[in-house]
Design a protein around this ligand. Structure first.
Ligand SMILES: Cc1cc2nc3c(=O)[nH]c(=O)nc-3n(C[C@H](O)[C@H](O)[C@H](O)COP(=O)(O)OP(=O)(O)OC[C@H]3O[C@@H](n4cnc5c(N)ncnc54)[C@H](O)[C@@H]3O)c2cc1C
Length: 82
């Protein structure tokens, strides 16, 4: 069982305590991403966790650059609509 009790109420969890994520690694809370064995991703293996972690990181970056104020902080440029 994943050690995710502390996330209860913050993001969606399954009855087994896995963090529910979509195909981009995003949780039920917009802008919060997760990866690896603690999530609903199938096949709890190292290579899967590595790939899913990379995907979640790219998704987080994509989220940041599409979020106006945060995108400016990261890129130094004004970011217009998505
Ligand atoms: C006995 C065993 C054998 C396995 N053999 C294989 C194998 O041969 N090949 C294979 O591909 N996979 C194997 N696996 C599966 C593989 O270990 C996992 O799929 C992989 O480690 C998942 O990586 P992860 O980063 O998602 O999680 P983890 O490697 O579990 O890393 C999670 C980290 O988060 C830390 N953590 C937890 N809660 C908190 C908290 N609240 N605050 C801060 N840190 C926290 C933990 O201490 C841990 O370091 C095996 C697993 C087990 C248990």
């Amino acid at each position: 069982m994943p050690n995710t009790e502390w996330l209860q109420g913050a993001v969606g969890l399954t009855p087994r305590g896995e963090i529910e994520i979509d195909h981009r690694g995003e949780t039920s809370q917009s802008g919060i991403f997760a990866a690896g064995d603690a999530t609903t991703t199938p096949y709890k293996q190292i290579v899967v966790a590595m790939g899913e972690g990379s995907k979640a990181a790219l998704s987080a970056f994509d989220y940041i650059i599409r979020t106006e104020l945060m995108g400016e902080a990261v890129t130094g440029h004004h970011v217009t609509g998505a």
